[in-house]
Design a protein around this ligand. Structure first.
Ligand code: SOE
Length: 378
């Protein structure tokens, strides 16, 4: 049994499950100094939070997040609630000296993000934002190949994240499960929800973004609001496409929509360099496609690397070469890296400060969508 680290989680939706699953598994697969204890989970609906606690093995429940933060037996606070609540909870948790993990995006905008960065840094508490796709082994391998200089000079970065679950005009906005459609709770639509993932991966692999020009659209202008029962204007971007210039001189296109009929969660990216190119696709997440122009010309072609070998990122922790892992493992890897970072005093990213870079790009994209102008990322 390692050093106990008591977790208090706020929220129990899709991400509450993904994080809890990672907390439960991480020590079975990674050698860590710390042992996570699922101390408490907090949400407003007592019967539901009790059922969640029983299913996932949390020792206790709370229904007021302030009480959870006041508890002396909580070391690490995990924020898994709608985006508009991130700031207030993170500020209080940091002030109480808790480590803070926050579901993506960091905040509803970079103004709130800046306050959150300042709070965790002033308190000196370890912090991280759950941009989990970085830790899919094939994505980590892409980062490694770029870092090793295998692609040479990078010319292009191309990312898309497509879904189709909001096409029906009868779908209401707001409340549990549908807060992502409510601008007051989510801050934005696909920009903060989906493009934020693409931007985080892109900055991590290819460096900072200098400026953007975007087009956004809200296809369904009014939806019934679950909280008021009234038909209200829709304030989120249903779709967004933008061009970007990276600071390293490469050009990018990013596109996201929840109106791409047939696509449930198609996150893909492609990077084209002088010597080589890389492609990745979430629907085939354990593969990385790689083309190297330096290969013998008669044999040159796209290789599909099955990222399951012991030498691939994270894979020596799992089964034997050739056997795949999936989506949920990216969360296990992220918490493993966080805990290793604690032990080595080398914070794992993305920290709040790192995630604020994505937040600034999202702000610039939304501003450009409104004005039709190129916007420099602050
Ligand atoms: C939206 O449907 C969503 O669940 C995002 O909120 C997640 O961040 C993404 O990973 C999958 O899609």
């Amino acid at each position: 049994m390692g050093k106990a680290l008591n977790v208090g989680m706020i929220g129990y939706g899709f991400m509450g499950r993904a994080h809890s699953n990672a907390y439960r598994k991480v020590s079975n697969f990674f050698d860590l100094e710390h042992q996570l204890i699922l101390k408490a989970v907090c949400a407003r609906d007592m019967p539901k939070v009790k059922a969640f606690a029983a299913r996932w093995g949390y020792q206790s429940v709370e229904n007021d997040w302030r009480q959870l933060i006041d508890r002396k037996d909580i070391d690490l606070l995990d924020i898994c609630v709608p985006n508009n609540l991130h700031r207030e909870i993170a500020l209080a948790a940091a002030q109480a000296g808790k480590m803070v993990l926050c579901e993506k995006p960091l905040a509803v905008n970079s103004r709130e993000g800046a306050e959150m960065v300042a709070a965790v840094e002033k308190a000196g508490v370890p912090n991280m934002v759950w941009y989990n796709y970085r830790r899919i082994p094939a994505v980590s391998l892409a980062k490694k190949l770029v870092e090793e200089g295998r692609l040479g000079r990078i010319f292009h970065y191309r990312a898309v994240f497509l879904q189709d679950w909001t096409i029906s005009a009868d779908l209401p906005q707001g409340g549990t499960g549908l807060w992502r459609l409510d601008a007051a709770a989510a801050g934005s639509g696909v920009t903060g929800d989906l493009l934020a993932h693409c931007i985080d991966t892109a900055i991590w692999i290819n460096g900072g973004i200098d400026r953007v020009t975007a087009m956004t659209e809200t296809f369904i202008k009014e939806r019934k609001h679950n909280l008021t029962g009234k038909v209200e204007p829709v304030g989120i971007d249903d779709a967004c496409a933008f061009l970007a210039r990276f600071r390293n001189g490469s050009l990018a296109t990013f596109e996201s929509t929840r109106y791409a009929r047939g696509h449930k969660a198609l996150y893909t990216f492609e990077i084209n360099g002088e010597e080589a190119s890389i492609q990745w696709d979430l629907h085939d997440l354990h593969r990385l496609s790689y083309f190297d122009h330096r290969d013998e010309s008669g044999l040159r072609g796209w290789r599909s690397i099955h990222v399951t070998d012991g030498e691939h990122p994270y894979m020596n922790k799992w089964w034997v070469p050739g056997l795949q892992i999936g989506y949920e493992h990216s969360f296990v890897h992220q918490i493993a890296d966080f805990l290793e970072g604690l032990s080595k005093n080398k914070p794992a990213g993305p920290t709040f400060r790192d995630a604020q870079e994505t937040q600034k790009v999202c702000d610039a994209v939304l501003e450009s969508g409104r004005t039709g102008q190129w916007v420099r990322v602050e």
